[in-house]
Structures are given as structure tokens and as C-alpha cells.
Design a protein around this ligand. Structure first.
Ligand SMILES: C[S@@+](CC[C@H](N)C(=O)[O-])C[C@H]1O[C@@H](n2cnc3c(N)ncnc32)[C@H](O)[C@@H]1O
Length: 459
């Protein structure tokens, strides 16, 4: 069952709620005295007993206490897993219904922002992931010492409570085993663990990423401070673990709200690991973005490229290019590829990947798309075909203005956030029709999904 239903909570504050639908983060939504109430772990059509834990001006936050009438779509939550853990928000819902939910999320976002013609958009069924468990090939776990006990895992959502993770059912076996082995080595070698309250420098996060194609494992130790006693000894021991080919140190400080800092240094082994997607090779340095589900990545990219309908005379812009994946996969179909990406290491990887795949017609630029694209266009670069794959925040308004002026003929938008996709389509639909939207489920058991929108210039 999804939550720790605490039968001992004071009964007088319990309320009975009928769940109407799921919210965008997978929580059950009902009403209490005409106010909306969000209850994580509850499903549509269920009647539940909930406790009101927080009251906001426009909504209530509830906690599931007990299910009075159970949904036929409810499945057992994985055993031995802390129910508060992030990344399993939909693990109590049957997989068919998870796929429907992800499609509905797109529909709801379109209804909310209503880009031009949205009611006629063709929204295709979400493409399922073949493996709904053990698909994550990257683990990024926090480490801390609490009352003498070392914990390695994930923080409970919106809290500083670290959940120790001997079990995480969506994590691949190898990445899980490597994380746990590194935790044992940190304890054995007495390597300092960072402590914010005591102002102690040390290891803060352990990142393990594995290539599906080669099995190579890259480890990054994110540290507070630079000089950490016994870090090199730890790195040497980590290199002896199965499949590990490199260990890096990434340095940050407590003022940085991001997990990663800006300085990365190799402690041992190879500069990159190599992944293979649809016949092309991709070298990945520690900070470079790469999808977390390598099997579904192939589906996502082949669908996106299919909808681009490229021709050999075109110049393709791969905007938000990461390590150059989409552009490199499409390079054989076009005259020229130009990629743009902010993270310098990812751009280096992209350039290296162009060589690795023996391509002569692809080039990658460092900088923000909103700044670099207009500069390249002013310099005479033709922009006939465009693929954008932005982070959750979507496209910058200034970039949308540029696109409406330049009007690439062929345009595919890959989005990991239906809400910003719908908002961006409001502006883009001034010049473009949305031919179709195809969801691909990259992260089963979570509310997240990738959507591919095919845009066609209106005549
Ligand atoms: C969702 S990832 C997509 C990466 C790549 N297309 C892939 O499939 O692996 C988004 C990428 O955009 C980069 N990025 C974020 N904001 C950017 C901006 N304003 N201009 C260029 N790149 C940006 C991030 O560093 C990240 O690599």
C-alpha cells in the first residue's frame, strides 16, 4: 500500500473524501467543504479517510489514513520500500492506467493554456516502457552520518529526512550494488562525510552511471571542499569494483543549491564512458545530461526523428543538444547539423562524439540557444529544420520570438513537462499547427513523461 497509514492519528481531524482525479504529480484530488484537497497515494473513485495536515488559502494538503473503498486499478506498492520515497509516486497504480494518466496530463495542460486549435490535436497513446522496474542506469544518492549511522539514499520529498536505500525497485542492479559497495568503502576507509551543521568538509553525494551498451560504470564523488582525507585511497578501491572504469571528484559548497558544483576532476580511469544508441556511439563525461532509461531512449529518439521528416538538403539545428545525441543520429539524413548547449563539458563530448561516429557535417556550439541561435542566423546559417529538447522550464520567450521570425519548415519539440509545452505552444501556434503529440514513457512508476510534438508551418 502506498503510504504509512497511521491508525493512531487523532480521529476527530479525519475526514472522508471521494477522490475525483489525479493531479499532475500523481496525488489523489478530492474536495472538502468545497476546497480542493490533495491526498498522495489515493486513487480516483476511491473513498478514503484522510487527515488534513496543512491548510492553504486555496487548497488543503491531506494525508491518507485508510482506504474505505478501493479502486480496481490499485496494485500493491513494492515491499520493503519507504512509502515516502520520491520516484514511486504512481507505483500503486496499474501500469495501463499510468500510461493513460500521462496522456491525460498533456490533455489537461492543453485545456488549461488552450493553444490555438488544441481541441483538434491528435494526442497519441503513450508508448509503454518494456521494463517498468530496474530501468534507471544512473543513481545519485546523498550520504550523511546521523547519530553515528551512515545513510546513503534519497531525501523524502520537501524534507531533510534522508531515506536509507537498500532497496529501490526502479534502479538497475549494477548501479545499486556499486552504490552500496561505495558506502561500505567510505565507512571502512573512514573518509569524511560532509556535515552542514558541524561545518565539516567531505563527501555529500555519490553518483553512479552505467552504459547499457558497454556495461562501463562511471563514479562521481561530489564533495564539499576539495581536500578530503583518504579520497584517493577510496578512489583506488572503487576502481576495483566490477565494471567501474573511472572515478571523478566534483566540488561544491553549501551555498550552491544545485547538487553538482562547477569543478570536476578525474581521480582515476577513463575520461568518459561510451553509450550506444541506434548504431551511434556517445561518450559521456560526468556532468553531461543523458536520459536515465537507455532502452526507452531509443524509442524516444527514433520517434522524434521520424516526425522531423528530414531531407538531404536541410540544415538541422539540434537545440539543447546535451552530448549531441539527436543531431548525430540525424546527421546522415541532412546536409549539416548545428548543435547548441550551455554546459561546456557536454559540448566537448558532442564534438568528440562527432569524431567517434566519423561525421564531417556536424558542429556543436557552447552557449544558450536564445543567444547563440539568432547570432548564427544573422551570420547566414540557414535554419530549415529544428529539434528542441529543453529542460522542464521550456523555451525562453526570446527564443520563441526568434523562431516565429525565422520559421523553420520542420520543427519537433521534445518536452519533459506538458505544462511548459502547452504554454510555449500558445505562442508557437501563431505560426505553427500541431500535427500530433506522442508521449513516450521514460520513467514508469513516476508521474513524469516525455512528449514529442510535431509542428508544421501554417500555409
Ligand atoms: C533535456 S536535456 C536534452 C539533452 C539532449 N537533447 C539529449 O537528449 O540527451 C536539456 C539540455 O539543455 C541544456 N540547456 C539548458 N538550458 C539551456 C539553454 N538555455 N541553452 C542551451 N542549452 C541549455 C542542458 O544542459 C541539457 O543538456
Amino acid at each position: 500500500m502506498r503510504r504509512n497509514f497511521n491508525q493512531n492519528k487523532p480521529k476527530e481531524k479525519d475526514v472522508i473524501i471521494t477522490i475525483k482525479r489525479l493531479g499532475i504529480n500523481g496525488e489523489g484530488i478530492g474536495y472538502y467543504r468545497k476546497k480542493i484537497i490533495f491526498i498522495p497515494g489515493a486513487l480516483p473513485e476511491e473513498v478514503v479517510v484522510a487527515k488534513i495536515v496543512k491548510e492553504y488559502p486555496h487548497y488543503l494538503q491531506g494525508e491518507l489514513i485508510r482506504i474505505k473503498e478501493k479502486s480496481p486499478d490499485r496494485v500493491d506498492f513494492p515491499k520493503d520500500v519507504d512509502p515516502e520515497i520520491g520516484g514511486l509516486e504512481l507505483a500503486h497504480l496499474s501500469y495501463d492506467k499510468q500510461l493513460e494518466f500521462k496522456k491525460d496530463n498533456v490533455l489537461e495542460a492543453l485545456k488549461k493554456y488552450h493553444p490555438r486549435g488544441y481541441a483538434k490535436y491528435k494526442i497519441k497513446n503513450t508508448l509503454p516502457a518494456p521494463d517498468q522496474w530496474h530501468y534507471r542506469n544512473k543513481a545519485q544518492y546523498q550520504i550523511e552520518r546521523n547519530h553515528g549511522k551512515v545513510k546513503l539514499g534519497l531525501f523524502a520529498p520537501n524534507s531533510h529526512r534522508l531515506i536509507d536505500l537498500p532497496v529501490m525497485p526502479t534502479q538497475s542492479e549494477d548501479t545499486k550494488k556499486t552504490e552500496l559497495a561505495i558506502k561500505d568503502l567510505i565507512i571502512k576507509l573512514h573518509v569524511f562525510i560532509a556535515d552542514r551543521r558541524k561545518h565539516l568538509d567531505g563527501i555529500k553525494t555519490v553518483v553512479v552511471r552505467q552504459s547499457e551498451a558497454t556495461g562501463e560504470i562511471q563514479v562521481t564523488l561530489i564533495t564539499i571542499g576539495h581536500k578530503i582525507k583518504n579520497l584517493l585511497a577510496l578512489s583506488n578501491e572503487i576502481m576495483k569494483l566490477p565494471n567501474v572504469v573511472s572515478v571523478f571528484q566534483n566540488e561544491t559548497d553549501w551555498r550552491n543549491p544545485q547538487v553538482w558544483g562547477n569543478k570536476t576532476e578525474k581521480l582515476a580511469g577513463k575520461n568518459t564512458i561510451t553509450e550506444e544508441i541506434l548504431g551511434k556511439k556517445f561518450a559521456l563525461s560526468p556532468r553531461a545530461f543523458f536520459q536515465l532509461n537507455p532502452v526507452q531512449t531509443k524509442t524516444l529518439y527514433s520517434e522524434a526523428l521520424k516526425y522531423l521528416d528530414l531531407t538531404p538538403d536541410q540544415t538541422l539545428i539540434d537545440a539543447y543538444s546535451g552530448v549531441g545525441t539527436l543531431g548525430i543520429l540525424a546527421a546522415d539524413q541532412v546536409k549539416q547539423v548545428v548543435g547548441i548547449e550551455t554546459i561546456p563539458e557536454a559540448v566537448e563530448d558532442a564534438k568528440h562524439n562527432v569524431e567517434l561516429n566519423h561525421l564531417k557535417n556536424a558542429d556543436y556550439f557552447q552557449g544558450s540557444v536564445e543567444k547563440v541561435l539568432p547570432e548564427l542566423q544573422k551570420g547566414g546559417l540557414p535554419i530549415d529544420a529544428l529539434i528542441v529538447d529543453p529542460p522542464r522550464t521550456g523555451l525562453a520567450k526570446s527564443l520563441i520570438k526568434t523562431l516565429l521570425r525565422v520559421q523553420p519548415q520542420t520543427f519537433v519539440y521534445i518536452s519533459c513537462n506538458p505544462s511548459t509545452l502547452a504554454q510555449d505552444l500558445v505562442l508557437l501556434s501563431e505560426a505553427y499547427d500541431v500535427r500530433l503529440i506522442q508521449n513516450v514513457d521514460m520513467l514508469p512508476q513516476t508521474p513524469r513523461c516525455e512528449c514529442i510534438a510535431k509542428l508544421v508551418l501554417r500555409k
